[in-house]
Design a binder for this molecule. Structure first.
Ligand code: 13P
Length: 299
């Protein structure tokens, strides 16, 4: 079954597929084992910033590591954030990255035009959709802006929420999906990414407060499975409310990355075991999707 059908099924079942970010290649094996041992389904994701700022190597290196698990029915490979303008305000040759991913066999891709004006975001996303759909690969796009990746944040989380900076506009969401034909939409409604700059990446993530009513309005407009970025540091009750309101995919980076990095510093070899245990816990207690593989993957 293709990733697009699985995410659609998740939306119908009112559950969410977690996409686990892999900033260090050795994290992939314990994540896959955890998903298999919970008899469920998850995506393995890598974003451009994870091979530039962390140690996943390259898009090709991640694809190569995934080759060990590609036969597993429990996981698929997703290309996360390919920005048009990145978190350091640099322009990126996004189409070249997307084409490389399609050639390597990534099974879904994300184009992030969230730092562009609406019309330019539509244009870049539509270009990526054309290339990816020709290869039979679904596309995630972002409208509004999930902040937090910037090296020098211009406002605190409290200010972002108070001013609703970056929140996705429900009417724009409807137009955006219609005009781009993207398959999934990453939306902003109080969620925030964990820090990735060297200075801030070890900090404990702020507990996000999601505006579920705003999410419901976006959902009514967008009519495609919605994606929650910044999945770390959200209470289980709030996460479950967001899933009931239309979130069908949740990106989780900081949570398992910090588990891995802390254990590496403390105890060396046990870091992968710690990722395995934490991922199982998230699948079971936070996402509540243990034992769901058959229902998600049945034709
Ligand atoms: P967190 O690091 O906050 O979990 O966010 C991950 C993410 O959204 C990657 O795209």
């Amino acid at each position: 079954m293709r990733t697009n059908e699985i995410v659609k099924r998740a939306a119908e079942l009112k559950i969410a597929i977690p996409a686990f970010n892999i900033p260090y290649l050795p994290m992939m094996e314990p994540v896959v084992r955890a998903v298999e041992d919970e008899d469920t389904f998850g995506l393995l994701a890598v974003a451009r910033l994870e091979w530039i700022k962390f140690e996943s190597g390259s898009m090709a290196a991640v694809r190569h590591e995934y080759g060990r698990f590609a036969e597993s029915k429990h996981v698929r490979l997703h290309l996360d954030h390919i920005p048009v303008i990145d978190e350091d305000d640099e322009r990126v040759d996004y189409l070249a990255h997307i084409r490389e991913a399609l050639e390597l066999g990534y099974e879904s891709v994300m184009i992030d035009g969230s730092r562009l004006p609406f019309d330019e975001n539509v244009e870049a996303t539509a270009r990526v959709v054309e290339a990816a759909h020709t290869a039979g690969v679904p596309v995630e796009a972002e409208l509004g802006a999930v902040l937090g990746h910037e090296a020098e944040p211009s406002m605190s989380y409290e200010e972002i929420v108070a001013t609703r900076t970056g929140f996705t506009d429900p009417e724009e969401a409807a137009r955006f999906v219609h005009e781009t034909r993207c398959d999934w939409l990453s939306v902003a409604f109080g969620n925030i990414h964990g820090h990735v700059s060297k200075a801030l990446r070890d900090k404990e993530k702020v507990a996000a407060r999601l505006d579920i009513e705003h999410l419901e309005r976006i959902r009514a407009g967008a009519q495609v499975p919605l994606v929650l970025h910044g999945g770390s540091g959200i209470s289980t009750a709030m996460m479950q409310d967001a899933i009931r309101a239309g979130i069908a995919k949740v990106n989780v980076g900081t949570d398992i990355r910090q588990v891995y990095e802390r254990k590496l510093r403390e105890a060396g070899g046990a870091a992968r075991d710690a990722v395995y245990e934490r991922t199982r816990e998230l699948l079971r207690e936070h996402f509540r999707i243990s034992g769901m593989a058959d229902r998600l993957l049945a034709r």
